[in-house]
Design a protein around this ligand. Structure first.
Ligand SMILES: Cc1cc2nc3c(=O)[nH]c(=O)nc-3n(C[C@H](O)[C@H](O)[C@H](O)COP(=O)(O)OP(=O)(O)OC[C@H]3O[C@@H](n4cnc5c(N)ncnc54)[C@H](O)[C@@H]3O)c2cc1C
Length: 393
């Protein structure tokens, strides 16, 4: 099929099948369908949209067909994304099993793991969380201490993870564990998949400044994990960990790719109004214009870089650039929205502010430049791997 025809058919299919309410901007947690063993749909439209995409193999359109993906070529997938964006369609399914674990399994998983877990991912049957950070291992991730002892047919896992997003909702966790305490710390790490229902796994929510508890401490107390849940080679999980992080950073950096966000200038007009075709607030006017230009340039640069890589491949160190700039840009956006809202921006509860939507998002964005690796760490990676600057050590 020609790309022109593919665009026409995609446009028509999306228009005919995506319910109007699924074309609205994402505003809250359950505006996304996360899947899981006990899936919860926030509305009938969300269910319809997911099921229609599932029937067309378009929950993950760029994955291979044998795992339930749509098998789209890179060019077709680009068109699909453009048409989704044009109509403002939300993703039918959002899950770390797709955005983070999936690419790692496609590259490093064995056939049994791919066939089992990727198929479940495209069908939205499992909710995944990420077990990387520990109390003593954040930026210095290779310092993880959660131990997995080889017990013959299984590993015995003991230790603690922290900041595990949605661990209290998740069915499975992809986890970095220490399988060798000797030598270089990067050389004793393995990548394990653990069922959150396994005996000995427990979670404890952590409350954030925004009043929400999106993440948890996760504890492993003598958890038996079958050997078949090891991805790749024992003690060589660091390579997988880093590869997965490039996909996580790409996902975090391209905030706003999922569904249509209300453009900043539209919110600005709504909040302060216009006079003679210009935004009324003459101090914030150039700030909104500057931000909008930077955002456009950022999106164009991201799109160009995605064009340069093969379908499903990672941006490598460049993901740090997009993670750094995209998250700083998102923080700036909410600083501006708070200024544009004036006194009302601080409202925390009530119908008028949709229960403090802007204030809570403003606080939430502060975490954008921490999660998935801090901005300082991204700058270190950019300095070393993109600019080729010498290390101080
Ligand atoms: C909202 C949110 C969700 C998260 N979700 C998850 C999750 O699902 N799973 C998971 O495993 N983790 C998760 N994290 C954890 C996240 O990956 C870590 O917080 C992050 O990597 C930073 O580690 P840390 O908090 O230990 O800070 P630290 O590493 O202690 O850093 C403290 C400060 O020191 C700076 N710093 C440290 N080292 C350097 C250096 N070499 N050069 C320059 N500056 C440095 C940092 O930039 C930072 O400002 C999440 C975090 C947040 C905020």
């Amino acid at each position: 099929m020609s790309l022109e025809l593919f665009r026409k058919e995609t446009r028509e299919w999306l228009d005919a099948n995506c319910p109007q309410s699924m074309r609205q901007p994402i505003k809250k947690f359950d505006d996304r369908f996360w899947g899981g063993r006990n899936p919860k749909f926030a509305s009938e439209d969300q269910k319809i949209w997911f099921e229609r995409c599932l029937a067309k193999n378009w929950t993950v359109p760029y994955w291979p067909k044998e795992y339930g993906g749509g098998g789209l070529s890179k060019e077709e997938y680009k068109i699909y994304k453009e048409e989704m964006k044009r109509l403002g369609c939300r993703l039918p399914l959002f899950n770390f099993g797709i955005s983070m674990l999936g690419p790692a399994l496609l590259k490093f998983g064995n056939e049994a793991q791919k066939s089992h877990f990727l198929t479940k991912a495209t069908r939205g049957e499992l909710w995944w969380c990420q077990g990387y950070s520990e109390p003593g291992a954040g930026s210095d991730l290779a310092n993880i201490q959660t131990k997995a002892e080889d017990m013959g047919d299984h590993y015995l896992v003991n230790g603690q993870k922290v900041w595990t997003s949605y661990a209290d909702h998740a069915d499975w966790i992809f986890c970095l564990v220490r399988t060798n305490a000797e030598g270089r710390k990067q050389s004793g790490i393995s990548f394990l998949l653990i069922d959150m229902n396994a005996e000995g796994v427990s979670t404890q929510p952590i409350r954030l400044i925004s009043g929400k508890s999106p993440f948890c401490e996760t504890f492993f107390d003598n958890v038996k994990v079958p050997k078949e849940n090891l991805v790749g080679v024992e003690n060589q999980g660091w390579t997988i960990a880093k590869y997965l992080l490039t996909h996580e950073r790409e996902m975090i950096g391209s905030l706003g790719e999922d569904g249509q966000k209300v453009p900043l200038h539209k919110s600005a007009i709504e909040y302060v109004g216009t006079e003679n075709g210009k935004l009324k607030d003459s101090i914030l006017r150039p700030e909104v214009a500057r931000w909008s230009m930077n955002d456009t340039i950022f999106k164009m640069t991201l799109s160009r870089s995605m064009d340069e890589i093969k379908s499903g491949q990672s941006l490598g160190a460049k993901s740090s650039f997009f993670k750094y700039y995209g998250t700083e840009l998102n923080k700036e956006k909410y600083e501006l929205l708070m200024s544009l809202k004036g006194m009302e921006g601080g409202e925390w509860e009530g119908e008028n502010s949709n229960d403090g939507e802007i204030a809570r998002m403003f606080l939430r964005t502060k975490a954008n430049s921490i999660e998935g690796g801090t901005s300082e760490v991204q700058l270190n990676i950019i300095a070393k791997h993109i600019l080729g600057l010498p290390s101080i050590r």
